[in-house]
Design a protein around this ligand. Structure first.
Ligand code: PAF
Length: 280
């Protein structure tokens, strides 16, 4: 696996592949790789001839008081995992390689970015959209893969790609879970041993709500209320729990068929997000 730190070196490596007609899949990450990321790399290998992975802890998507400074940085471990998984190239830029100090351009997918996670993390999704847009311009992949645990992020990126005519196919890949249902996330490392036992109840709450929808409960507001109560009793502070239509994340109506239940809740100091998508 090649490891490059600069945009110039990355482009030189990709140019060689392109000149022999090879296609490129891209998996952007912030590192601290777990089985969920490696699953993306594995799927990427099936989608193109070459796989590029980036590790960049993007400062612009962290708000004031969030965990940018303490976000786990485990580059050596990550490199080993990517070697084993068979990635072709690891892009490891410094902040100065990605952002010039006098940068004046950002990307915001309006509306969608201010709801759900965007409401409690103002500016977060502009940071995500901006860095992903820049990374797409740098790597120019044929296909890019994102985990569906971050369903809102995936929807925002698909919308940005559509609106800005970025020539890349966006794939959403199913969430990888622990055997108890907890969605894998780098932030699970922040959970205490006791919290780790409670954390799967977030997925359990989503499952109960999905079953309520599927068995014909027509009051989505009631279903959301019940989920809030369930989570509160389990020890969570719920941020949101919403029955949405999956294509644009608007509140679902009774005519909508393709749904996603979006949830975010804090357990102690750790904010967890998860979702379930299904058709009625
Ligand atoms: O999902 C993530 O890890 C990040 O938000 C991403 C897409 C790599 C952008 O920094």
């Amino acid at each position: 696996m090649h490891i490059v730190n600069t945009v110039f070196d990355l482009r030189e490596a990709i140019k060689i592949w392109r000149s022999s007609g090879e296609s490129v899949a891209f998996v952007p990450t912030m590192g601290n790789l777990h089985a969920g990321h490696l699953h993306l790399v594995n799927r990427a290998k099936k989608s193109a001839d070459r796989v590029v992975v980036s590790i960049f802890v993007n400062p612009t998507q962290f708000g004031v008081g969030e965990d940018f400074e303490t976000y786990p940085r485990t580059e050596r471990d990550d490199q080993e995992k990517l070697e084993v998984e068979g990635a072709d190239l690891l892009f490891l830029p410094a902040v100065a390689d990605i952002y010039s100090p006098d940068a004046k351009t950002t990307v915001t997918v309006t509306g969608l970015s201010e709801r759900y996670c965007g409401a409690s993390r103002p500016g977060h999704f502009s940071g995500v959209a901006t860095v992903v847009c820049k990374l797409f311009n740098i790597v120019q992949p044929d296909v890019a893969l994102f985990g569906l645990k971050d369903f809102q992020q995936w929807t925002i990126i698909k919308t940005m790609v559509r609106d800005l005519n970025i020539p890349v196919e966006i794939l959403g890949i199913d969430t990888v879970r622990e055997s108890d249902g907890l969605a894998l996330s780098s932030r699970n490392n922040y959970l205490t041993v006791t919290e780790k036992k409670v954390a799967p109840k977030l997925y359990q709450a989503l499952g109960i709500a999905r079953d309520a929808v599927l068995t014909g409960n027509q009051s989505y507001a009631d279903i959301e209320q019940q989920a809030h109560r369930f989570l509160q009793q389990a020890g969570f502070q719920t941020d949101y729990f919403s029955v949405c239509r999956s294509h644009d994340l608007e509140k679902a109506g009774l005519d909508d068929v393709d749904l996603v239940l979006l949830a975010a809740a804090k357990l102690g100091k750790t904010r967890l997000i998860d979702n379930i998508y299904f058709s009625r």
